[in-house]
Write a new protein. Structure first.
Length: 290
């Protein structure tokens, strides 16, 4: 009962109560979708409210009903080799990190069996991409360790030293967070790619953070794949940020509070959608507020 009340308080105030022995789960298991995907990576809520999943070995975008987690549509099946990430801009455009092509493909509308990109942006072994609210597209070129900013199809800024990094996500202040898994850290950049902050303290227990999302309070929800955990982090917490909550036991598994190599995260209100990659499905965790 105390844990449930802590979650209720967290949802109402934007904070998470900590137990004496460390952070507890920050949400409750709600639903698991069917195991019909093929190594799903990052995912995003589309303009239509459905879930769009970068289904890596399916070389496709899988579209799921957000309520039932059932597969309802397939986009570009076989045409997106090694796809890792999908991101939507406020204008409805989509940026898709197609690792096998070494490019971020931009679509005015991501739909149909053979959508035509409006732009193709070079990004060797890209793992992540985001369309910023200012219209800039940021591509994580993992093969060269370079985060590149593209404006109107032209590279306008870049920062190096991020070999193998995966996701790039925008926070509520317009800054960018990169999940730098090889270096076991999260790195924050300004829109002009000025370095602002690094989270790499051992207290976070990073083993291989891959993808992340940012909640309305500015907290980071991070899929730490190699640790089989999903972390809730306050980057503005004391002493270089705070670990507020954890989902997952630290061991691979299948069931409530268990994951096998979680990759992607998408937040929609009180719902957390997580790509349970080696279980080939999407799971939903939630905080219930009456």
């Amino acid at each position: 009962m105390r844990w449930f009340l802590s979650l209720m308080f967290a949802a109402a105030t934007g904070s998470i109560a900590l137990a004496d022995d460390g952070p507890r789960p920050f949400a409750s298991f709600d639903l698991a979708g069917p195991s019909v995907l093929n190594d799903p990576h990052d995912l995003a809520i589309g303009p239509d409210g459905r879930l769009y999943v970068a289904d890596k070995f399916g070389s496709r975008i899988a579209v799921l009903d957000a309520d039932s987690l059932e597969l309802v549509e397939v986009i570009a099946a076989g045409r997106l080799p090694g796809v890792h990430d999908v991101s939507f801009g406020s204008d409805g455009r989509a940026a898709v990190a197609v690792t096998g092509l070494g490019a971020v493909m931009v679509f005015d509308r991501l739909e149909g069996s053979d959508p035509k990109p409006s732009a193709i942006l070079a990004a060797p072994r890209t793992e992540g991409a985001v369309i910023h609210t200012n219209g800039t597209i940021y591509a994580m070129a993992s093969g060269t360790g370079t985060l590149v900013a593209y404006k109107d199809g032209t590279a306008v800024a870049a920062v190096q030293g991020l070999f193998g990094a995966h996701d790039v996500a925008e926070d509520r202040d317009g800054n960018l967070w990169v999940a730098d898994n090889f270096s076991r850290r999260l790195v924050k950049f300004a829109p002009d790619l000025t370095l602002l902050q690094t989270l790499d303290d051992p207290k976070f227990g990073f083993a291989g953070p891959r993808y992340l999302d940012v909640d309305p309070f500015g907290r980071l929800v991070v899929a730490d794949q190699d640790a089989h955990r999903v972390l809730l982090i306050d980057p503005d917490g004391p002493n270089g940020g705070s670990l507020l909550g954890v989902l997952g036991s630290g061991l691979p598994g299948k069931g409530p509070n268990l994951f096998d190599d979680p990759e992607g995260v998408a937040i929609d209100g009180n719902n957390y959608y997580i790509a349970d990659s080696d279980n080939n499905r999407i799971v939903r965790y939630t905080i219930v507020v009456n």
